[in-house]
Design a protein around this ligand. Structure first.
Ligand SMILES: [Zn+2]
Length: 310
């Protein structure tokens, strides 16, 4: 009797599984990304041939994301995991990937896509690579998606990977890339025109999130509120920043949304400057839902602030 029940149960389970599996067999690639920026770019290329979801939210510091059990469930179901790399996610993602037991997305597997390998990376250290002093950028700057040229490279990498995974859909992904590329080129003209009057302006930033953005749009980052990436501000360093800003007549302090505003505000007060909470990621605020809106939002904030300081 027991055996029959077990058999019945097994048959019911198999029936249930075959009912749920066809949605996957329909061919959508289940993509999980580390950040919302990658999810936005992946969605541009994958369209309705993929499902895509980010683990970290754009308003979180991508270096320090608190792992949750729900992350594990996402990773267990993924066909493809796209990461920023350069150790951006080292504090939270690798243990989850291992624990997921999903062989498709382990480091080195076909479903593990490290986007840093396709992009232009700035601030690559020339000396010994170390996190010993707490520097969270030991392999170069991981905030590289903030140059549209790198956004385009990431999109291209998604196109190539999706086509490799679904060769029958290659033309669809190629068409989506071509359309994205065209819209990005048009947007870049708009962003360049908006930023043109302010090329050469100097700014201070909290974290080193902006070298790619500032190089692309002609801004000079003169100093940082953090003495080193990931190291909290110290009184002596804060004083140096204040002196630099006074000496060079710098008025803008760009701060990522997840940082405490007390030190930036005190620097602004001492220098007659302004603190601007600029977004390094899609999802930083609820109205910024994609890669284009991210640059629109930041460039609008910057140009409005620059216009105030002649
Ligand atoms: Zn960083």
């Amino acid at each position: 009797m027991k055996i029959i029940n077990a058999t019945k149960y097994a048959i019911a389970l198999i029936a249930l599984l075959t009912l749920t599996i066809p949605t996957q067999a329909a061919g959508k690639i289940n993509v999980i990304t580390a950040t919302q920026d990658l999810a936005s770019l992946g969605a541009e290329i994958g369209g309705d041939h993929i499902t895509i979801e980010s683990i970290a939210k754009g308003y979180q510091d991508p270096h320090f994301v608190e792992p949750k059990p729900s992350f594990l469930l996402k990773l267990q179901r993924a066909d493809l995991l796209a990461v920023v790399g350069l150790q951006l996610e080292i504090g939270w993602l690798p243990p989850l990937v291992t624990q997921s037991g999903n062989q498709k997305i382990q480091v080195g597997a076909n479903g593990y896509l490290d986007m840093s390998q396709f992009c232009q990376i700035l601030e690559i250290p020339t000396g010994q690579v170390t996190r010993a002093e707490g520097d969270v950028h030991p392999l170069g700057n991981p905030h590289y998606w903030l140059n549209p040229a790198n956004g385009r490279r990431i999109a291209k990498a998604f196109q190539n990977k999706f086509s490799e995974m679904r060769p029958a859909d290659a033309a669809y992904f190629a068409q989506r890339f071509s359309d994205f590329d065209k819209r990005l080129t048009e947007a870049e003209k708009r962003w360049d025109a908006a930023m043109a009057p302010y090329r050469g302006r100097k700014v201070v930033t909290y974290h080193r999130s902006w070298p790619n953005f500032c190089e692309r749009f002609g801004l000079n980052v003169t100093d940082y509120v953090e003495p080193k990436p990931g190291i909290p501000p110290s009184p002596s360093h804060t004083l140096e920043v204040i002196n630099t800003m006074k000496r060079e007549n710098i008025k803008l302090i760009l701060v990522e949304p997840d940082f405490d505003l007390r030190t930036p505000n005190s620097i602004a007060q001492a220098t007659g400057g302004t603190v601007l909470v600029l977004l390094p990621s899609v999802g930083g605020v609820k109205e910024v839902n994609d890669y284009f809106q991210l640059f629109d939002y930041d460039i609008n904030l910057l140009t409005t602030a620059f216009a105030k300081f002649k």
